[in-house]
Write a protein that binds this ligand. Sequence first.
Ligand code: G6P
Length: 366
Amino acid sequence: AQVDKAGHRHFMAKEIAEQPSRLTSALSFYLSDDGAIRLPEPGIDFTGVDRLTMVACGTASYACHVAKYWFEQLAGLPVDIDVASEFRYREPPLAARTTALFVSQSGETADTLAALRYCRGKADRILCVVNVAESSIARESDLALPILAGPEIGVASTKAFSCQLLVLGVLALEAARQRGRLDGAAYAEQVESLRALPGLVNHALSISDEAARIATRLAEARDVLFLGRGRMFPLALEGALKLKEISYIHAEAYASGELKHGPIALVDKSVPVIVMAPHDELFDKTVSNMQEVMARGGRVLLITDRAGAAAASHGVWETLVMPDVADLWAPILYAVPAQLLAYHTAMAKGTDVDQPRNLAKSVTVE
Ligand code: G6P
């Protein structure tokens, strides 16, 4: 059937708004009523895995970067990540008991497919997390995990990113359970926190008007800096990618701790600095980086939760307040403000949101 904009001005807006229902579909596919995780047959035995190698391009690669924190922290499983175009030509050796995991919305990205073929015969098992179930990457994997985001038309990926994160989160949780890293109560608590996400994402969508107001100012910037620490660092990367893709504003992301190793030289009042920092175990560290920015006249947009806003919004240029969310899954929720800021900035600049110049939805040639 023809996919339409369902009353939205752009596919991107529709796809951002669809996230609560798409996340709900993915949750009901992967979680049974009693809270057990269900993977498609033949499933995955994580007790025999010593290393996970994750490969992807673009937004999907940032989903891998978030998932690395989950697999390492929750499941104690070491993760290597690479972009497919580097991985395939570097021809890296794969250690024994390595599982390779490819993430792709389209399942047709040429470099990712070539990287998958390189792993054939070298990795114990080839998994993929894809949106298009009949794609080449899905067909050539030992097990394909669907993200159930539905057709994504906007070139800038939105709902596919949040659904990729959700499926990777489920997988990390399952790995942690199988590897004996979580007791029953801790596992049940994480499953409940995952189930809360569609409602929280829905709530987060209500910052859209505020994001639009802030975006009129972002649209005047030539450069924008995004900062995040830990699980939020990959979100900063994704926020910067979204902004440059559709608004053509130069945006860069840094791990907050790297600020003083270079990017702080760029800071003045003309460079907005977007800090993504829920009130978690790393919050104080990020805030001290944020203060270094403000001490140099930088304009900070702080994206945080109520506790974070209460503790640190003094002196910041703008604050966007997100609903409270389990620390682990915050990247899924904080994808929403990253998307909305990029969308409204592009709207303010009058660029072609769904078909940005020079970009393709699916890069099937090298
Ligand atoms: C293109 C798209 C991006 C996407 C990337 C990877 O660059 O514009 O939105 O993240 O390809 O695509 P894939 O289909 O493999 O996820």
